[in-house]
Design a protein around this ligand. Structure first.
Ligand code: MSP
Length: 512
């Protein structure tokens, strides 16, 4: 059986859900829904990353103990994702007991095999990033992310022999060109691996940080956040049992943003190799969103919240916008003007009006009752059918290549074609002559079939709208008619519902 395992990064609980991490959710949720609908056995994982300095500091400034603080923010993430309707199968927290004990198991195993060693180290440490920097990585002596000067610290720590696995990983990527995609990010990782890779400091002394997972072989230390968090992708499966691990792990696809390519493209695979575990199948890297051309930040006050989107234009319209407006892997800019423009043009005028128009004619001419189809279809009818059938396979191809925007383009081309079919066949003119009633009934039957196919194809991208379309066609969720081939969805006497406004037009603020 076909299987897929889809993961998102675990979100840090020092911020709340925003456009950036919601985008990762929309992409992964769309793919999970697509595979589920296709009948593939699907496991979709998300969760929160809760250990480390940054979180301990955020808890302190909120006046809470780290655990109380992470309980609160993790619950917020979960509640927001639920309100957005994301269909994850499991929500993992790095503070969950099963995760902690699995991380300790991996640490113990890698230590036993000699790939973790103890050493004295002095180096430049950025507290914001919770890691040491080499001179080469600094920009004008400062951390490129925090723009602060790192502190020289000298400590005894544990190191992971990452360098030992460098060549093996390099060969794997060279022989599996789709391991990291799109290609630009693969090249980025290859470039990192063609330079000497340093061993990774994977411990933090408890004298400096207590909020972490204790090293099983030395109680004076906790482990580095990444050595903890990355393991979630495996611990979540191990929790379900060995057979689920065997089933899903070979089909793992990680979705991440471009800022965390190094931990996922270098640390994680070398950790897997050291732990004797197989590598994941794909690392899918998406670009960054700016807002009105600017970096999104709390201090600029320009963060876009998913719930604000849900309450203003609706979750499906938001999903449509981010999927249609961005090219997977590339950066994109969120502009409210484009959001409203696309909403009005693609959703209100195109999709919404088309469906209303068809249902209005069906109601007016036949009191909503679907008319029979004769065996003789004219060219236009066949063409309409072919467009939707072809769309189905094209969408599948685009989605496996993560071309979400292309998949939606295909769907909207089918909508445009449907509008043209109405113009060509002109049911509103034919109806004036009673001799044409049977043909008008057939034209509308084809058009209702188009809505039915549309509902099926839209499902992964706009699940609520797909449901609305199904109920306008008077089908219950899961009705086999929804999956039937062209011309076979409507039984004799089936009555569809009256139209309703799916996407009320939004007037741009200036035009009100
Ligand atoms: N906790 C780590 C991941 C550990 S995975 C084992 C982390 N968390 S994060 O909360 O900072 O980021 C989560 C995701 O949100 C990342 O994929 C990141 O790229 C994404 N985004 C955060 N801001 C973003 C934008 N402005 N645009 C697009 N995605 C961005 O990193």
């Amino acid at each position: 059986m076909d299987r897929i395992y889809i993961t998102t990064p675990l979100y840090y609980v020092n911020a709340e859900p925003h456009l950036g991490n919601t985008y990762t959710m929309v992409l992964s949720d769309t793919l999970a829904r697509y595979y589920r609908a296709k009948g593939s056995e699907t496991f979709y994982l998300t969760g929160t990353d809760e250990h480390g300095d940054k979180i301990a500091q955020a808890a302190a400034s909120a006046g809470l103990e780290p655990k109380a603080f992470t309980d609160k923010i993790s619950a917020t993430f979960r509640a927001v994702w639920d309100e957005c309707g994301f269909s994850y199968d499991h929500f993992i927290r790095t503070t969950d007991d099963y995760h902690i004990s699995y991380v300790q198991k991996v640490l113990g195993r890698v230590y036993q095999s000699g790939d973790i060693y103890f050493d004295r180290y002095s180096g430049l440490y950025c507290f914001g990033c919770e890691r040491f920097y080499t001179d080469k990585e600094l920009v004008n002596g400062k951390c490129p992310d925090h723009l602060t000067e790192p502190k020289m610290i000298e400590e005894e720590n544990y190191f992971f022999r990452m360098s030992k696995y460098q060549d093996q990983l390099l060969r794997h990527i060279e022989t599996h060109p789709q391991f990291i995609r799109p290609e630009g990010y693969k090249n980025e990782v290859l470039a990192m691996l063609r330079e000497p890779v340093e061993d990774l400091c994977i411990s933090r002394p408890k004298s400096r940080l207590t909020w972490g997972i204790e090293l099983p072989f030395d109680k004076r230390y906790v482990t580095y956040v990444w050595f903890d968090a990355l393991i979630n992708y495996v611990s979540a499966l191990k929790r379900r049992g060995e057979s689920d691990f065997q089933k899903f792990w070979p089909e793992a696809q990680h979705f991440i943003g471009k800022d965390i390519v190094k931990p996922h493209g270098v640390f994680w695979p070398t950790m897997l190799l050291a732990a004797g575990l197989p590598l994941y199948r794909h690392l899918n890297v998406h670009g960054y969103w700016t807002v009105e051309g600017k970096k999104m930040s709390k201090s600029l006050g320009n963060t876009v919240s998913p719930l604000e989107m849900k309450h203003t234009i609706g979750m499906d319209a938001f999903r449509y916008f981010v999927l249609r407006e961005s090219v997977f892997g590339q950066d994109a800019d969120f502009r409210r003007e484009s959001l409203i423009g696309r909403y009005n043009a693609d959703l209100a005028n195109n999709l919404g009006n088309l469906v209303s128009r068809i249902l209005a004619m069906q109601g007016k001419y036949f009191a909503g009752v679907v008319q029979p189809l004769s065996k003789q279809w004219v060219d236009e009818d066949n063409e309409l059918k072919n467009i939707y059938e072809k769309a189905e396979s094209e969408i599948g191809r685009h989605l496996t290549e993560l071309q979400f925007h292309r998949a939606l383009e295909v769907l909207w081309a089918a909508l445009d074609h449907t509008n043209r079919y109405i113009v060509q066949t002109s049911p509103f003119t034919l109806i004036k002559d009673p001799a044409n009633h049977a043909r008008v009934g057939e034209i509308l039957h084809h058009l209702l079939q188009a809505i039915c196919h549309l509902a099926r194809l839209l499902k992964p991208f706009m699940p609520d709208t797909a449901k609305e379309l199904q109920s306008l066609l008077a089908f219950d969720d899961g009705d086999p008619a929804l999956e039937a081939s062209w011309g076979n969805s409507f039984a004799a006497g089936h009555k569809v519902n009256s139209p309703k406004v799916l996407f009320p037009r939004i007037e741009a603020p200036g035009n009100q």
